[in-house]
Write a protein that binds this ligand. Structure first.
Ligand code: NAD
Ligand code: LMR
Length: 337
């Protein structure tokens, strides 16, 4: 079952979709994997999606046949390895999520495996769906978003308003973990998470929520650590056989739904996401996650961080140099390839 708030959002979308005239083809690249399968299932339930295009080098037609039996209106097509262009053509959104999250790797170790795959997928999307919005789930997000952006620039189709690193899992975890520490409903624990998506680059702004403000001392330190390293908790519990897939599919579906609401003209959709940002440009940091208003063109407005506690200032201080390195690594990969 989807959480109550997500169900509410989906039902609002359902009402909204009756007046939305645009057809929305969503392509999932990596649809056969641990995240791709449940994400495809959740997207099939979303009335804002009219066509689901599932691509993978392994198994996408099978996933598509399975998901296509669900009794919602959208059409589902599955594409094998040699049909990437067909899968991506004319899509409004394209979600990229390969590749193997092999066990003891850090997100940064994943760089070597994922960088070239993400680069090649982005080049294909640039060629056949140059106006698509790209949602990057593939790790390390801090580097894959710059990689995709540089590829789009090379292809002459870059629009910073259309490239998003999906950091929603950090937001989902923050609400859940804060809820459990304060015995509150996660719905009442919405936390803005800024920075990037790996360990110390994840900066939860707990002081900006009533429940979060109440957590102090050792409990605060533990909570921040759990939010920053929640991914490791799952990898360990899965005994190295994979990383977060179900909670990530939920987070990916949630962000997709938010973006579709914005694209379809709904006002006031504001969520954290990792985008090209002016917030720390003076420090040489081109991409940053913060509260972003989503609208008909994608990124509509990037909100400032607001006031930070002394602890959050320290977290931010630790985040920025690491984030800068990760971004530069992504950019260098494209310029050298
Ligand atoms: P997985 O290994 O289960 O699935 C990856 C899929 O990608 C596989 O089905 C594989 O066949 C496919 N693939 C490989 N090369 C491909 C290509 N060239 N084109 C299309 N598909 C290809 O992995 P997973 O658990 O689904 O994780 C996917 C990615 O998401 C990993 O990079 C992981 O680190 C990342 N992740 C991100 C977050 C986040 O918060 N952004 C959270 C969890 C995981
Ligand atoms: C997560 O946050 O769970 C993912 O980014 C996977 C990971 O490597 O931790």
């Amino acid at each position: 079952m989807l959480a109550r708030s997500a169900l509410r959002t989906l039902s609002q979308s359902r009402q909204f979709s009756s007046s939305a005239s645009r057809q929305t083809k969503v392509a999932v690249l990596g649809a056969g994997g641990g995240i791709g399968q449940p994400l495809s299932l959740l997207l099939k339930l979303n009335p804002l999606v009219s066509e689901l295009s599932l691509y993978d080098i392994r198994g996408a037609p099978g996933v598509a046949a399975d998901v296509s039996h669900i009794d919602s209106a959208s059409e589902v097509y599955g594409y094998p390895a040699d049909q990437l262009d067909k899968a991506s053509r004319a899509s409004r959104l394209s979600l990229s999520l390969p590749v193997c999250p092999a066990s003891p790797m850090t997100r940064d170790d994943l760089f070597n495996t994922n960088a070239s795959i993400v680069r090649d997928l982005a080049a294909a999307v640039a060629r056949v769906a140059p106006e698509a919005h790209l949602l990057i789930i593939s790790n390390p997000v801090n580097s894959t978003v710059p990689i995709v952006s540089e590829v789009l620039k090379k292809a002459g189709v870059y629009d910073a308003r259309r490239v998003f690193g999906v950091t929603t899992l950090d937001v989902v975890r923050s609400a859940r973990f804060l809820g459990s520490v304060t015995s509150s409903n996660p719905d009442d624990c919405k936390v803005t998470v800024v920075g990037g998506h790996s360990g110390p680059t994840i900066v939860p702004l707990l002081s900006q929520t009533t429940n979060g403000k109440a957590v102090k001392g050792e409990a605060y330190e533990k909570l921040v650590h759990r939010i920053q390293f929640g991914g490791d908790e799952v990898v360990k519990a899965k005994d190295g056989a994979g990383s977060a897939t179900l909670s990530m599919a939920y987070a990916g579906a949630k962000f997709t739904n938010d973006l579709l609401r914005g694209l379809n003209g709904e006002k006031g959709v504001v969520v954290p996401t990792f985008v090209k940002s002016p917030l720390f440009e003076d420090k040489g940091i081109e991409y940053f996650s913060s509260s972003v208003e989503l609208g008909p063109n994608g990124v509509e407005k990037i909100h400032p961080l607001g006031s930070l506690s002394a602890e959050e200032e320290k977290l931010l201080e630790a985040c920025l140099p690491e984030l800068k390195k990760n971004i530069e690594k992504g950019k260098a990969f494209v310029s050298q390839s």
